[in-house]
Ligand binder design. Structure first.
Ligand SMILES: Cc1cc2nc3c(=O)[nH]c(=O)nc-3n(C[C@H](O)[C@H](O)[C@H](O)COP(=O)(O)OP(=O)(O)OC[C@H]3O[C@@H](n4cnc5c(N)ncnc54)[C@H](O)[C@@H]3O)c2cc1C
Length: 439
């Protein structure tokens, strides 16, 4: 049942999409969306120069949802201009490990997505062919690129400008009479005294918003608002941008988004005169002691919580992150390997054990619904996430999705489903390795 009043904490893909769905489907429900900052939120996980939109999931459930979402994006006049169908290449080192399996499964899924249209696929069987897929067929491969041996491109996929499109979705959410926005930081959820029944949220300035239901869609920040032990973990991965010359923009203008599964690096084609690269590394955590979010418990709890460029504008990615990006580039885009970064950031994310999202009532609380756990792959589902949240509230969510996105599923699963491949290893403590911007 959708209650009379709902407060959504977080205006990223989960929060805004839910606000739009409630705006469309439940005009009688009073919806208040709160965020620390006005969207597009500079340090929100949903906001960046680019996010990949792809359909070739191995898991048929996500594959179908991804196709449905891509179709909506390509037919949406407000966001389709920001979608660039440049293709996505997946490469690996040719070894015989888990990356080979992920690559093969990805290739099969890509071929399935292009059934009847094989022209959308390209294959590379040598380091030279992989090199040429980035630098052009006439380029002269001269580097040692031992980890870039086999690849394919799926030209159905592409990237979207994740800042401009979040702005467009925000503008859309504002058009509904029953949806309003408040820009303040939530300190905690408000509870009926002595109980675990939420009654709204309290901001850090002491003001409040009362609501029958609080939807926690605060992404990597959610773990400070409610107990998510065993459900979601927050960490960050490194991202860096290089400025390009006009000639370089032209030279690489036709490259696809290129991911090396074996090394975790992800290179985007030139966009607005820049190349963005990121690495799906084990990443970084920022351990803090915070007040217990459970209203009936006193002892503080330890969580990993975002430390971002908003509060720490001079933060720069750690040295080992820089070294790993440069080592990768030395093999495949050598002219960038020594070039200074234009800027860098650590992008925070929240991951569930299985990489399945969380859309479920909190089992220990009343009046609290979680819509989070993006696990590094939720952006592309923005057109449908909110409808799934409202379906859930109305008791209409498809049983497979309901189970997949439940708390219970997270507590039973120990390995990820390959939807967003992760590197092995534990995140490092950020405060021990963080650096100041060199300029
Ligand atoms: C580097 C990187 C690359 C990725 N690439 C892709 C990709 O290519 N394709 C893809 O589909 N997905 C990708 N993802 C995943 C995707 O971006 C995320 O799953 C998704 O954006 C998460 O959205 P969200 O709404 O949960 O979080 P967010 O966008 O972070 O939204 C949460 C919001 O809550 C607000 N908030 C938090 N705490 C409070 C508080 N106390 N008070 C008020 N407001 C608060 C924050 O300000 C924030 O705006 C990637 C993720 C990362 C990190």
């Amino acid at each position: 049942m959708v209650p009379e009043s709902v407060c959504i904490v977080g205006a990223g893909v989960f929060g805004i999409s839910t606000a739009i769905a409630l705006g469309k489907r439940c005009p009688e429900t009073k919806v208040t969306v709160v965020d620390r900052l006005e969207p597009p939120v500079t340090d929100g996980t949903s906001v960046d120069t680019t996010r990949c939109i792809r359909v070739d999931y191995k898991d048929p459930v996500y594959a179908e949802l991804a196709r449905e979402s891509m179709d909506i994006i390509t037919n949406d006049p407000d966001v389709s201009p920001f979608f660039h169908q440049c293709g996505m290449s997946f490469v690996y080192d040719g070894g015989n490990d888990k990356w080979a399996d992920i690559w093969i499964n990805g290739k099969i899924a890509a071929e399935k997505a292009n059934e009847g249209n094989p022209g959308k696929m390209r294959y590379y069987d040598s380091p030279q062919a992989v090199y040429k897929s980035i630098h052009g067929v006439d380029s002269e491969p001269f580097v040692e690129n031992p980890r870039w041996n086999k690849g394919y491109t799926n030209y159905l996929n592409g990237f979207i400008d994740a800042e401009k499109s979040m702005k467009a979705y925000y503008e859309r959410a504002k058009t509904f009479d029953n949806v309003k926005f408040v820009f303040k930081e939530v300190d905690s959820l408000m509870y009926d005294p002595g109980s675990r029944k939420a009654e709204g949220v309290k901001f850090v300035d002491g003001s409040t918003v009362a609501a029958d239901l609080v939807i926690v869609a605060a992404g990597a920040w959610s773990c400070k608002l409610v107990n998510l032990d065993g459900i979601c973990k927050s960490s960050a991965i490194e991202v860096a941008w290089y400025k390009l010359t006009k000639e370089e923009e032209e030279q690489w203008g036709k490259m696809a988004i290129t991911t090396n599964l074996s090394t975790g690096i992800n290179l985007f084609p030139p966009y607005n005169g820049e190349i963005k690269c990121l690495r799906r590394s084990p990443g970084y955590k920022n351990t803090l002691l915070v007040p217990n979010p459970d209203p009936t418990k006193q002892e503080p709890v330890q969580i990993s919580y975002p430390r971002t460029i908003v509060d720490h504008p001079t933060d720069w990615i750690p040295q080992d992150a820089e070294n790993a990006l440069r080592d990768n580039l030395a093999e495949i885009m050598p002219v960038l390997a020594q070039r200074p970064f234009d800027r860098t950031k650590l992008c925070w994310l929240t991951q569930t054990p299985s990489a399945n999202f969380v859309i479920d009532y909190h089992p220990e609380l009343e009046g609290v619904l979680l819509a989070t756990g993006g696990s590094a792959h939720a952006w592309k589902f923005v057109p449908i996430l909110g409808d799934k949240v409202v379906d859930y509230m109305e008791g209409k969510l498809d049983p497979t999705l309901k189970e997949m996105w439940s708390f219970a599923e997270k507590l039973q699963t120990t390995s990820d489903n390959g939807s967003a491949p992760r590197m092995d290893g534990e995140p490092q403590e950020l405060r021990e390795v963080v650096r100041e911007c060199p300029n």
